[in-house]
Design a protein around this ligand. Structure first.
Ligand code: SF4
Length: 468
């Protein structure tokens, strides 16, 4: 059977002139995971439109399209085109789960929730020529998932081909997060078996890994066993955690010993009213500064994530947040304009209060204001958001944040990582277009190599001259 798997891209991601690096980071792991359930005799063509021109001249027996909010209209157009040719089209993913009624007219079958049990069932039904219209996930377990079909991934197109996911979901329930909508009606956090996760890691070439799990440190027992098992594997890795998990016990030390060199943390806001209103209770009363110090002492760089536009924000929030991040030596920051994704509690609340401005999903990209704001105007929110990015990644602030570290090596790594990420976009663009992105991986690995702190050293940072 000929199977086409497609991850459609939003328009910006496939511009022939300018390709932002963020769209060429990770391969379509979800589709490659589902591909593992197909028969070895199936001929599978997996295309990621973020990194290649989509070929739609073919006539596969089955087309599987992954839909997320900003690619939804593009996904529906591709689906309609294949159905017009007589191909059988399936749609799945976060957006389909949130809005099945919207997706349904564009598909022969849709998948609601994770596909680990429903996709194999669909394949059986499809081969018997008895496919159903809707497949809803019933069983939540990763115990029997086959190895991801990484042979279908065009590694050279990605900066981080070794992305990996060893769990699903997250133990928390923030109001703005997609997670609860996707996992509604069952477990919303579960992990692979540790041995299977370690075997998957072992299969990956090179040193660098990027765990795409929502919360890699979310299950203490699993994460402890994983990090213990990874010790001695000579890996360097990046992943996500909460402030709470970093402060608790010694899990973060174990992660560092296993090779963790950078962590994504959802600080979201420095305002406790905003945290309470968003049900981000795991951050409430937690000492952000202590978590940051602990990470820096372990030589772990921090990518802080922040949301602007929560109801308690005013026009001072942007400068305050940037200043704090620079002072705390966060290496990179990801800023978002609050975005009420359909299916979330936030969306339901805003809809009830008549605060949703429109349903143009391609604008729900966390860079545009799609709801009626409260504490500040929509214009001020957009302007402040743009300014926060410009300010945080100014050379001056990259430098000032770098020199907060008490190790020279950490300061240099910080400077190279932050500068490289945001200041060399033309180089990234060139590497993407010439399909040479993967050649940058050794550089990334060397920046992520271990920072050894000499306790006797009084080395106080600055490799650079002081500036005002
Ligand atoms: S901690 Fe992160 S992944 Fe978990 S529910 Fe909150 S926003 Fe979502």
């Amino acid at each position: 059977m000929k199977i086409k798997m497609i991850l459609p891209a939003l328009t910006e991601a496939k511009s022939p002139y300018w390709r932002p690096i963020k769209y060429s980071l990770f391969p379509p792991l979800g589709l490659a995971t589902l591909a593992a359930y197909c028969s070895p005799d199936d001929e599978i063509d997996l295309q990621d439109e973020h990194v290649e021109v989509l070929n739609t001249d073919d006539h596969p027996d089955l087309v599987l399209i992954q839909v997320y909010i900003t690619n939804a209209f593009r996904a529906y157009a591709i689906a309609d085109a294949y159905r017009a040719k007589g191909c059988y089209v399936c749609l799945g993913g976060l957006h389909v789960t949130s809005l099945p009624d919207e997706a349904m007219p564009h598909a022969d079958s849709i998948f609601i929730g994770p596909g680990e049990d429903s996709f194999p069932q669909f394949l059986k039904d499809f081969r018997k020529k008895e496919p159903k219209k809707i497949y809803r996930n019933q069983e939540r377990t990763l115990d029997a998932i086959p190895p991801v079909r990484r042979d279908l991934i065009k590694r050279s197109h990605y900066l981080v081909p070794n992305s990996i996911v060893v769990s699903r979901g997250c133990p928390h329930h923030c109001d703005f997060c997609y997670k609860d909508a996707f996992f509604e009606g069952g477990k919303s956090f579960y992990t692979q078996k540790v041995d299977a996760a370690l075997a998957e890691i072992d299969r990956l070439p090179g040193r660098h890994l990027y765990f795409l799990d929502d919360h890699l440190l979310g299950n203490n027992r699993f994460a402890t066993a994983l990090f213990d098992g990874m010790k001695g594997m000579n890996r360097v890795f990046q992943g996500a955690s909460t402030v709470d998990a970093i402060l608790r016990g010694d899990l973060i030390e174990k992660a560092a010993a296993a090779g963790m060199r950078s962590v994504f943390i959802g600080f979201e806001t420095l305002n406790s009213n905003n945290l309470s209103q968003s049900n981000k209770t795991q951050n409430l009363g937690r000492d952000y500064n202590a978590a940051i110090k602990r990470l820096h002492d372990l030589g772990i760089m921090i990518n802080g994530s922040f949301v602007f536009g929560l109801d308690d924000d005013d026009e001072t929030v942007f400068d305050r947040t940037v200043e704090w991040a620079v002072k705390q030596a966060l290496t990179t920051c990801t800023y978002h304009i609050l975005t009420p994704y359909p299916g979330t509690r936030l969306f339901k609340d805003m809809e009830r209060e008549d605060r949703i401005l429109h349903h143009e999903w391609d604008k729900y990209d966390t860079r545009q204001v799609v709801y009626k704001t409260k504490g500040l105007s929509a214009e001020a929110l957009k302007k402040g958001y743009d300014k926060a990015y410009t300010d945080f990644y100014s050379w001056k602030n990259v430098y000032l944040a770098s020199i907060q570290h008490d190790s020279l090596k950490h300061a240099i790594k910080h400077f190279c990582y932050a500068g490289g990420w945001k200041k060399f976009e033309p180089l990234w663009n060139f590497m993407i277009k010439t399909k040479g992105l993967n050649a940058m991986l050794p550089l990334l690995e060397s920046i992520l190599s271990k920072v050894k702190k000499d306790p006797k050293s009084n080395e106080s940072v600055s490799p650079f001259p002081a500036i005002a």
